[in-house]
Ligand binder design. Structure first.
Ligand code: HEC
Ligand code: HEC
Ligand code: HEC
Ligand code: HEC
Length: 325
């Protein structure tokens, strides 16, 4: 809620689509507003965004409507995964929902009024083998660690307990990106052409890569530096392109969300998919070359600073030896 990027996009959304759009955006970015009705954002809690109290007031989720599944019970009892917790500040009740991926679906699955499934991380996961193996969103995004490492000793009750970190690392975490994707590169010569094969793999994401906002992109970029000083380039982009009802490509967060009508193309990497990409460069076989391969993750094109727009998270070099006749 406090992010500059979100605030800029919210402003633009209101300019282009009218003030009425605000509740739609706040539903997921400041969900407590739906309960407090603080649409003018006067209360401090509204600015806390996705708060503790929102998630821990959910007492049931409706599996039939994953995109509007939350049933809240707001009060002094908080719902969570612990069966025997006895906190002093508030009551607790066990909620099975908190250990299930459905808990995330209400915000990570969204069908707009045109019927387009704009956010689909949940259904991508549902269709993957991770769902069949009961490997949940929480398992990958809320890693369990020994409680003694993170909990204040004054409240630590069970010494050998584990707790779930709440960092929710995603595409903004280099570590998480490295868990998600890798690339292997091989080359061979064919006359005066250098053939490079890159095998790009979604090895560790429980959904498509990229997932979430249709403005995210994964790019594999190759640079060939030849012995005689030339630099050649090629790249492949993995993305889901969304267009409006007239077929125009949408490149803004509010536009894909509200006006998106159809997916024009989608070549994202499915869970566990390996994609073989072939590239050809004109390099005489008498010359050696150095191949530099980079993986990039593109965030929102609306980010202000270049470093917030994209991140290079893997880089590797290989050599194409020269061939004597
Ligand atoms: C996006 C939703 C979400 C938000 C926001 C959130 N939690 Fe949680 N919390 C969960 C889920 C889901 C679990 C259970 C994870 C599991 O068991 O797999 C959990 C577990 C817990 C637990 C039980 C111990 C554990 O780690 O399993 C405590 C205590 C807790 N949360 C406190 C908090 C506090 C305090 C905040 C705010 C600083 C917070 N939560 C914010 C979803 C959330
Ligand atoms: C109340 C709505 C809400 C719920 C519930 C929720 N999220 Fe999110 N989540 C968001 C929003 C909004 C963002 C985007 C924040 C931003 O980038 O400004 C987000 C971002 C993320 C990201 C991306 C972080 C990054 O690097 O960009 C991950 C991963 C994530 N959520 C995982 C989860 C998981 C796992 C759960 C369930 C345990 C969950 N979320 C539940 C609203 C929610
Ligand atoms: C097997 C592990 C795994 C599971 C299961 C999993 N994720 Fe992820 N997720 C990842 C990895 C790794 C990334 C980082 C790569 C990326 O951003 O695509 C990621 C990225 C994300 C992002 C960030 C996308 C962005 O815009 O940068 C979101 C949001 C997200 N996951 C939500 C979810 C939700 C919701 C679920 C459950 C329905 C889930 N994930 C299940 C591993 C997992
Ligand atoms: C159904 C829930 C939902 C609604 C409604 C929603 N968002 Fe989001 N939004 C998300 C999630 C989840 C993400 C995390 C990105 C991802 O999954 O890739 C996100 C990401 C974003 C981002 C990118 C943040 C970043 O750090 O890269 C912007 C900007 C944004 N939303 C703006 C808006 C605006 C403006 C609206 C209203 C027109 C809106 N959102 C409505 C759930 C929602």
């Amino acid at each position: 809620m406090e992010s500059r990027l979100f605030q800029d996009c919210l402003e633009e959304a209101k300019e282009k689509l009218g003030e009425d759009v605000q509740p739609t955006c706040l539903r997921c970015h400041a969900p407590s507003v739906a309960f407090t009705r603080d649409l003018v954002l006067e209360k401090k809690v509204s600015w806390e965004g996705v708060t503790c109290d929102f998630c821990h007031s959910v007492n049931q989720v409706d599996a039939r409507k994953p995109d509007q599944s939350y049933q809240l019970v707001v009060g002094s009892t908080k719902f969570g995964p612990l069966k025997d917790a006895t906190p002093q500040g508030h009551g607790v009740a066990f909620s099975k929902a908190h250990t299930d991926s459905l808990l995330c679906a209400g915000c990570h699955e969204y069908r707009n009024s045109n019927g387009l499934l704009v956010l689909s991380s949940f259904s991508e996961w549902q269709q993957s083998s991770y769902a069949a193996d009961r490997s949940s969103c929480q398992g990958c995004h809320m890693a369990a660690v020994p409680a003694a490492r993170v909990v204040d000793p004054k409240v630590l009750r069970v010494k050998d307990a584990t707790v779930n970190l709440h960092q929710m690392p995603g595409g903004h975490s280099i570590e998480q990106l490295n868990k998600a994707v890798d690339v292997r590169v091989a080359n061979r010569r064919q006359g005066d052409q250098l053939l490079v094969t890159a095998i790009v793999r979604n090895k560790g994401a429980g959904h498509m890569v990229p997932t979430g906002s249709p403005l995210r992109k994964l790019v594999v970029d190759l640079e060939v530096h030849t012995e005689d000083g030339r630099k050649l380039r090629a790249e492949r982009t993995y993305e889901r392109a969304v267009v409006d009802a007239k077929g125009s490509l949408l490149t803004k967060e509010h536009a894909v969300l509200v006006n998106g009508a159809r997916v024009a193309s989608d070549n994202r990497l499915k869970p566990k998919e390996e994609r073989v990409e072939n590239f050809t460069f004109d390099v005489a076989r008498s010359l050696s070359a150095r191949i530099v391969t980079r993986l990039w993750y593109y965030y929102s094109p609306q980010a202000v600073r270049e470093t917030e727009k994209k991140l290079s998270f893997q880089i590797m070099a290989s050599i194409a030896e020269k061939e004597s006749k």
